[in-house]
Ligand binder design. Structure first.
Ligand code: C2E
Ligand code: MG
Ligand code: MG
Length: 373
């Protein structure tokens, strides 16, 4: 670099270079080429030759009005695009990108970085059989341990991940991690439970959805029977063959499929006929007033009857009180999930719950505390 240029290390393996008074874009790309050429030479470390490469993002302050942060975000986004397009190359920010989505791009970049830096966590929430009181499954719920904003709930970042497509690598990561965890629990001698994973609408539309799930099952050695995919009604809206076929293939393999948040989306009884479904999850919004609101009680009761006559299992979600639990038990709901049993917890805490399998019995007996050892 020239003495007038500024070079900074932003952290880890990321560096920023500020080039002032460039004449045009070409000058920037020429410098990027030069940096890449320089870095393509092997380094000697001890008596070893080490090779490296750089993905470079370039942002230009064309109009002279941009804030420093915007320039850095732009370069950052372009750098991630360079990485995504095959690494060891440069990309220029802004080309053909619509204006005004700088914030979105920034979020996309921090999501990708979060994945790279292993900032995502999985919390597990037990699903308990109302007949036996035993844990029969768990739902994996995504959390993001954000370096500045703390632990984030899915509602704070899944919509952006969905919009930008980052949901695809995130979903693949969580699917693999959960199947591995379920298999690990089996290997540790716990009775096998179903691992439920939420599937995003975008993920479902990926042409390789079936292959990804199959590959994860083979790699982790988890019996398909113990994987349950949770779909929402809205992701089934288009009713396209392209969506149905992979689901039928997975179902035939033994993978369980449930309809999540049932009754809150564009509920269509067609879904129940056309899609291979093994369970319905009654949304928390119907459960909340189940013991105080006659309409909610009727809806929940009706849904349970409907599901049972279609030979589907029913899972009540967001169950918070022993009264709600008793109501669902009375209506022959099959399973429940909710704070009355346990909130979603980290993997170590969930292993402890597995040690004490009879969760419901302890829950109906308030004098016993779940976390007492
Ligand atoms: P969901 O699949 O319907 O998950 C159930 C939500 O209910 C979870 O919220 C859970 O923490 C919450 N919950 C559990 N017990 C209770 C309770 O007793 N009372 C109440 N009020 N709520 C309870 P969370 O973890 O914030 O997740 C929200 C949504 O984000 C999920 O809804 C799911 O649609 C989505 N999500 C979570 N993880 C993933 C993921 O890995 N991939 C995708 N695509 N979506 C995910
Ligand atoms: Mg779910
Ligand atoms: Mg739900």
């Amino acid at each position: 670099m020239r003495p007038s240029d500024t070079i900074a290390r932003l952290g880890g393996d990321e560096f920023a270079i500020l080039l002032e008074s460039l004449r045009d874009e070409k000058e920037a790309t020429r410098i990027a080429d030069r940096i890449q050429l320089g870095l393509s030479q092997p380094f000697t470390v001890g008596d070893q030759e080490v090779f490296t490469a750089a993905s470079i993002g370039i942002a230009l302050s064309a109009d002279g009005h941009q804030k420093a942060e915007d320039l850095l975000h732009g370069a950052d986004s372009a750098m991630y695009r360079a990485k995504a397009l095959g690494k060891d190359r440069y990309e220029i920010f802004d080309r053909g990108m619509p204006n005004g989505d700088g914030e979105l791009l920034h979020l996309e970049t921090s999501l990708r970085r979060g994945l790279e830096r292993k900032e995502f966590r999985i919390h597990y929430q037990p699903i308990v059989s109302l007949a036996s009181g035993l844990i029969t499954g768990c739902e994996a719920l995504l959390r993001w341990q954000h370096p500045e904003r703390g632990l984030l709930r899915p509602s704070e970042f899944i919509p952006v991940a969905e919009e930008t497509g980052v949901i695809i690598p995130i979903s693949e990561w969580i699917l693999r991690a959960v199947c591995q965890q379920a298999k690990d629990w089996q290997n540790q001698g716990f009775p096998p439970i179903r691992a439920c994973v939420n599937v995003s609408p975008r993920q479902l539309r990926e042409p390789n959805f079936f292959d990804v799930v199959s590959e994860v099952l083979v790699d982790t050695g988890l019996d398909p029977w113990f994987l349950q995919l949770e779909l929402t009604e809205n992701s089934l809206l288009d009713n396209a063959d392209a969506t149905i076929k992979p689901l039928v293939k997975l179902y035939t393999k033994g993978v369980q499929i449930s309809l999540d948040d049932f009754g809150t989306g564009y509920s269509s009884m067609m879904h129940l006929r056309r899609f291979p479904i093994s369970a319905l999850k009654i949304d928390e919004c119907f459960i909340r007033e189940i013991t105080t609101d006659a309409a909610d009680a009727a809806i929940a009761t009706g849904l349970i009857l409907l599901a049972h006559s279609l030979e589907l299992k029913v899972i009540g979600e967001g169950v918070e009180t022993p009264e709600q639990l008793k109501f669902l038990q009375g209506q022959k709901c099959d399973e429940v999930q909710g704070h009355v049993i346990s909130p979603p917890v980290e993997v170590e805490a969930f292993s402890k719950l597995l040690h004490r399998r009879e969760l419901l019995l302890t829950r109906l007996e308030p004098s016993l505390s779940l976390f007492e050892d």
